[in-house]
Design a protein around this ligand. Structure first.
Ligand code: UT7
Length: 319
């Protein structure tokens, strides 16, 4: 058995901050941000929380799938910015959608989180443990960025996306995942370690990033893991119809496409609208493609996420 997507949903806050708005806060410009990243705007939470956004995305996925929420056996929620350490955000979602029989837990692997959660859900399904699993990616990056640091605050946004997987017969799902803890310092957010009296380390409670190191890592490792998954599947690159990658930077996606000698039209992007919503980028994009009917039954989809840890993962499945 494999997990087939039977419903998707997403949520983005109503408040929109475009590059011109950012240029009023830090020394930057619409031109610089668009040219270096492809980002045009980002949605930023006001009253919303990570679990609220996740719940809204989940409700939309349930509505689209037509399933009874009581059928969901497991909710895996990828986030690194839940408003509470516990209870976990997955349990909040369970309450919101009335998934009374579901177990739920959160997973944190930053921007790679959704793909790892998706792989975990597929493993539960192929092992025969669950038939119906909800996978969510949700992040409130605006709570984690230093709004005085122009090298990072321009990159991120807030949002959530959800998919529901149901056990069916079908093409086996192929997956891979890796981590490199030695390179962890390239991208950090240490707020959970900050004590209120530890004012000296105040700046550590925001995202710190060596942008170029993360850029190089992504451009090298994403093509590698895609090739690894294809080898496992015994498939060729040209048999993949859509490469749905973590939306961090348009130039990263273009460089990956170039390295794989694959036309960029197979790499959908939406970071112009949402920026980098960390664990939420892949499911928001999946929801958009699904609702626009871009993804056709039987097509092969490759997901890949990468980010802090450093971590990277990929998954190949049939739509
Ligand atoms: O989910 C994974 C998370 N992270 C990523 O994927 C990030 C990967 N890295 C990147 O996307 C890119 O490295 C950035 C977009 C972060 C930076 O782009 P870059 O082309 O690597 O620029 P840079 O860091 O080399 O900076 C070039 C110049 C510098 O000025 P000088 O030293 O050349 O005078 C920066 O100070 O651009 C300056 N700069 C800016 N200028 C205007 C940095 N940020 C800005 C800004 N506006 N927002």
């Amino acid at each position: 058995m494999v997990g087939k997507i039977c419903g998707t949903g997403s949520y983005a806050p109503h408040r929109v901050m475009d590059n011109h708005d950012l240029a009023k806060i830090v020394e930057t410009s619409d031109e610089w941000i668009r040219e270096r990243t492809g980002i045009g705007k980002r949605h930023i939470i006001e009253e919303e929380t990570t679990s609220y956004m996740a719940g809204q995305a989940a409700l939309r996925a349930v509505e689209q799938s037509g399933i009874d929420p009581a059928e969901i056996e497991l909710i895996i929620l990828a986030t690194s910015s839940s408003e509470t350490v516990f209870p976990c955000a997955a349990c909040e979602v369970q309450k919101t959608i009335g998934a009374v029989h579901a177990a739920g837990y959160d997973m944190n692997a930053a921007c790679t989180g959704f793909v790892l959660a998706f792989n975990t859900a597929q493993a539960y399904i192929s092992a025969g443990i669950c038939k119906t699993v909800m996978v969510i990616g949700a992040d409130s990056m605006s709570n984690l960025v230093d709004w005085t640091d122009r090298s990072t605050c321009i990159l991120f946004g807030d949002g959530a996306g959800a998919v529901i997987l149901r056990a069916e017969e079908g093409m086996p799902v192929h997956m891979a995942a890796h981590s490199d803890g030695v390179k962890g310092p390239a991208l950090t957010e240490l707020s959970r370690h900050r004590k209120d009296w530890d004012k000296e380390n105040d700046s550590e409670s925001y995202i710190h990033m060596d942008g170029q190191a993360v850029f190089k890592f992504a451009v090298r490792k994403v093509p590698e893991i895609i090739e690894e998954v294809l080898d496992q599947a015994g498939m060729r690159l040209d048999e993949v119809d859509h490469f749905v990658l973590h939306q961090a930077n348009r130039r990263i996606i273009e460089a990956v496409a170039k390295r794989l000698k694959t036309d960029i039209s197979k790499f959908p992007m939406n970071l112009e609208e949402y920026a980098n919503t960390s664990a939420a980028t892949v499911p928001i994009l999946l929801d958009e493609l699904n609702r626009k009917d871009v993804l056709k039954r039987g097509e092969k989809v490759m997901l890949s996420g990468f980010g802090a840890g450093l971590t990277w993962a990929a998954c190949l499945f049939e739509w």
